[in-house]
Each structure stands twice: as C-alpha cells, then as structure tokens.
Design a protein around this ligand. Structure first.
Ligand code: FE2
Length: 338
C-alpha cells in the first residue's frame, strides 16, 4: 500500500539534495540543481563516492532527527511503540542506463518473514526508473511455481516483470510491503535519475532473519546510552572442536568485527591453553575481570565454552558472581548475568 505523509514537515529530501550538491565541482545555482538530473552533473563512476557521502549524512544527528520522526509517524500509523526500525536506511541511486536489480522478495536475502518494508523515493519516480512490484497474491503464486519448476533466474525475472507494475509516486509517499512481496528494478531507459531510500521495521521479538540484532533499534536515545564504548575480553579456542569451529584466525576476525559494530574495545585476545582439559584461561579471565576492568567477554560461539556439566556450572557461578556479559557472536545472543 502507498502511505502519504506531510512532505513539507520532513526535510529528508532537502538533506539528501544538499549533500549531493556539496559534491558538485561545477558552478550551479542550488535552485537549479535537480536530483532527477543527477546524471548530468556526475558520471556513473562517481556513484560510490556519492553513496559514501549519503551514508555519512545518515550518521549525522540532523538526518537522524528527520528519519526517526518518519519512523515514529509510521509506527503510530501501523505498529506499536516497541516496533524496531532499521537504524540506518539503505540509499539507492539509479541513473539512466543503470542496470537492474533482479526481482526478489526480501526473504530471499535473509530478512525475516514478518518484517515490514518501506520504500520511499526522494525524486519523482515513473516507468523504468522506478521499482516494479507484484501483488502479494501474484508473488506467492509465482514463487511457488518457480520453485516447483526449478526455473532459471532469467525466466523468473521475465515472469516477474510481466506481472508487475512500476510505482508512480513522489517524495511524500511511501510504499509499504511485506518481505514476501516480489519487487525489482529494470534497465533505466528514462531520462531521469532516481534517488530512493528503503528501510525495514520488525515488531517486538519477531524473527530478524539473518540480520544481527544491532540492525534494528527502537529508539536512538537508548542506543546513545548503550553505545558508550565498553572494554571487552576476547576468548578463543578450537581444540577438539575442529569440525565445528573455524580456525582461530577467522574466529578472531569475526569477533573483532563484532566488537567494532557493538562499540566494544578489545582489551586483550586470549587463547585457551592447548592440552589442558579444564579451561584454565577461561576461568582465569572470568575471575580476574575486575582487575582488568571489564564485564564483557566475546566468544565466537557457545561451542567455545566447556561441554562438561561441572565446568559449565562453575563458569555460570563465576559469571553470576562477577556480573559478566557473555557475547556469542555466532548465535547472535548475549547472556547478561546480574
Ligand atoms: Fe528488496
């Protein structure tokens, strides 16, 4: 469905326009700069640079104020106050001559089953520069049929294109759809560039698919409190788990990336002693957390912890006593002992 908001109250389009205008190396009056004509000002190879600038804007307070307000309007209209929304929206630029994005439903790419999608043009969109959408009914029929006939991506795209229609909307209108709805874009043979943003919302604890928990937030104020960096110990082992756990190098890479995404400062990277079956390093770091001033321990997986019930109990007791927070990156779970 298409939802309209009072476009004058939210200046997301102005912020995007100003950011792109600042990248111009030609002398153009701001009032004459039109996002539909982006391709007249920037060559296609400049697109990555423009997208980087826009993502930098999305991390700024002035943008987040407008975007959060928009999400609140949508939450009031369709959801509950606890509904989580994508912390940073995705931005797309499609210039004339730009290729298409294959038809897909977002569940194909790891978004949860019950996630609500919002697609919002910043420019007026029409025909082949817009997003093409199938009805929910046609989407489900076509997905079933394709799976049954094991059809190729080309055939699937052709069928989707034939059954779909382009969205003909403008800034101030948002297309709302579920993650089982088929959509895609085609070769842009119009004379207009398209700039659009899209984002998702998930109600309470609904499945977030393959996305990690930090992809969605309820409120940026809470987030700001949460994001003060905390010190964390990183713990690794692999002995006797070679078939389940990746090499230490890749455990480390993933855990370090996790720390970066979750504002954790790795104090130290500790590896379990090889040939010792009683996890001396694990117990040492969890006992001495106060001396080193951390409560967070990041491990790659629950499989990194002891299997024995007795050792597990001992670890739980220490974790409780020291109020530890254990992050399991692989399971995307956090055990907070308090
Ligand atoms: Fe999509």
């Amino acid at each position: 469905m298409i939802y309209s908001f009072k476009e004058k109250n939210l200046i997301i389009n102005e912020l995007v326009k100003r950011t792109l205008y600042d990248e111009l190396d030609k002398d153009v009056a701001y009032k004459n700069f039109n996002l539909n004509e982006l391709h007249n000002y920037f060559s296609p190879d400049k697109k990555p640079q423009l997208l980087n600038k826009l993502y930098a804007l999305f991390r700024e307070k002035k943008f987040q104020k407008e975007y959060d307000e928009l999400c609140n309007i949508l939450k009031l209209e369709f959801h509950t106050p606890d509904t989580r929304f994508q912390s940073i929206p995705s931005i797309r630029i499609q210039m004339p001559g730009d290729k298409s994005v294959d038809f897909h439903a977002d569940i194909f790419y790891g978004h949860g089953n019950n996630i609500v999608n919002y697609w919002m043009p910043i420019t007026k969109v029409h025909g082949n520069n817009s997003m093409f959408v199938l009805s929910e009914e046609d989407s489900s029929k076509l997905i079933k049929e394709t799976k049954k006939l094991k059809e190729s991506v080309i055939d699937f795209n052709k069928k989707c294109h034939m059954a779909s229609k382009p969205l003909e909307i403008n800034y101030g209108q948002i297309f709302k759809f579920n993650s089982r709805t088929l959509h895609g874009t085609v070769f842009n043979d119009t004379n207009d560039s398209r700039v659009s943003i899209d984002f998702r919302m998930v109600v309470d604890n609904d499945d977030v698919g393959l996305k990690d928990q930090s992809f969605f937030i309820t409120d940026r104020k809470n987030l700001t409190k949460e994001v003060t960096s905390k010190r964390a110990m990183l713990y690794f082992n692999r002995e006797n788990k070679e078939k389940i756990l990746p090499s230490q190098k890749y455990q480390q890479l993933i855990c370090l990336e996790y720390c970066q995404d979750n504002n954790l400062i790795p104090v130290r990277l500790e590896t379990e002693l090889s040939g010792f079956d009683y996890f001396p390093t694990l117990f040492h770091i969890s006992e001495n957390c106060k001396d080193e001033n951390f409560r967070d321990i990041v491990v790659f997986s629950k499989e990194n912890l002891p299997d024995s019930a007795e050792l597990k109990r001992r670890f739980n007791d220490i974790a409780k006593k020291n109020k530890l927070i254990i992050h399991y990156v692989f399971q995307d779970e956090i055990d907070e002992y308090c």
